[in-house]
Design a protein around this ligand. Structure first.
Ligand code: FAD
Length: 298
């Protein structure tokens, strides 16, 4: 592959980065180093996840509001329906609005008992992601992004049902969908074709997962219903104890994927950063996304 020419540079791509609330002070320091480094690439927005079962409510809030206070990036706060009443969720949303946050990634979430067990809504809560989107829309004029699953959500009978779910969320007020990660671009293109055939017009932004730790990502993929092609497993085979080579293979693999998407006309990318800047920074560099201070080559 050839990297895209950096003249593509500054504004051709809308890039977003996803972070998660860290558990330890060391991980927290790593997060802010990564946020600062990636801020130089002037992302369209940066999102912060909401821990499974609503466990990171305060930490998600603290990170999102610090991004508002200390950076010029626009944060998007993830929010789920899990283990909270509508009043509690509405209070969180009001806090965000008052803190200057204008973008929510609205999700149903997984049961506190874990992925694969049946989701039971809180008795006074939002029952589905569509309900949550409607509730947010009623409260304030937030920008609302939602998830979508090109290979089907594990609970969904078929990809068509996922598209039904996406349409319901759009009808309720969602204006952007971010995909679960995938490794075969054709999976995404087929999903886009089906969405377009239904008249879905909102951006369906590919979620890109650079593979820092293959075993871990393969584990996530199994739970998330994302397939791991054999060729991908073969690329990482034998590298379990070789983090340097793994990082090079990970960057190459993700760059191939992203450049393949870009050449097909995709102009928005959402990166699952794992709170680390290095791989994602390199991938964006090859995509032609550079810090402002660097002059584009002509
Ligand atoms: P929904 O839109 O609610 O549903 C997804 C699919 O499941 C649809 O096809 C729907 O039809 C089907 N479905 C849902 N319920 C049923 C049912 N009872 N029977 C049959 N089919 C059903 N989780 C977190 O906890 N915190 C986060 O910050 C977070 N961020 C995420 C960000 C992205 C971009 C993505 C892709 C996922 C994220 N998740 C997060 C994971 C998500 O919460 C889970 O995948 C959850 O299981 C589904 O919630 P949803 O809003 O993604 O899906």
């Amino acid at each position: 592959f050839n990297a895209l020419h950096p003249m593509a540079s500054q504004n051709q791509f809308a890039i977003s980065y996803e972070f998660f609330p860290p558990k330890t002070p060391e991980m927290e320091a790593e997060l802010w180093r990564s946020v600062t480094r990636l801020a130089a690439l002037r992302p369209h927005f940066v999102s912060v996840t909401y821990g499974a079962g609503g466990t990171t409510r305060e930490r998600t809030h603290a990170i999102v509001t610090r991004i508002v206070r200390e950076t010029d990036m626009k944060p998007a706060a993830h929010l789920t329906c899990v283990s909270a009443s509508r009043d509690e969720i509405d209070a969180i949303l009001r806090d965000y609005w008052d803190a200057g946050v204008r973008h929510i990634v609205a999700l149903r979430g997984d049961p506190p008992t874990g992925v694969g067990t049946t989701f039971e809504p809180h008795p006074q809560g939002y029952a589905t992601s569509t309900d949550l989107v409607r509730g947010i829309r009623r409260l304030h004029d937030f920008e609302i992004s939602v998830s979508t699953y090109p290979e089907g959500h594990p609970e969904s009978a078929s990809v068509e049902r996922d598209l039904d779910a996406l349409e319901a969320k759009i009808d309720a007020g969602a204006t952007r969908a971010i995909t679960q990660f995938f490794f075969d671009n054709d999976v995404y293109f087929r999903f886009l074709d089906k969405a377009l055939a239904r008249g879905i017009k909102i951006p369906i932004v590919p979620g890109i997962m650079p593979i820092r730790n293959f075993k871990q990502v393969a584990g996530f993929a199994r739970k998330a219903g994302a397939s791991v092609p054999l060729w991908l497993a073969e690329r990482f085979d034998g590298l379990d104890d070789d983090p340097e080579t793994r990082a090079l293979v990970a960057a190459t693999t993700a760059v191939e994927q992203v450049i393949g998407l870009a050449r097909a006309g995709v102009s928005e990318f959402h990166f699952y950063t794992n709170n680390r800047a290095d791989l994602v920074f390199a991938i964006c560099h090859l995509l032609g996304v550079r810090p402002l201070r660097e002059k584009a080559l002509v």
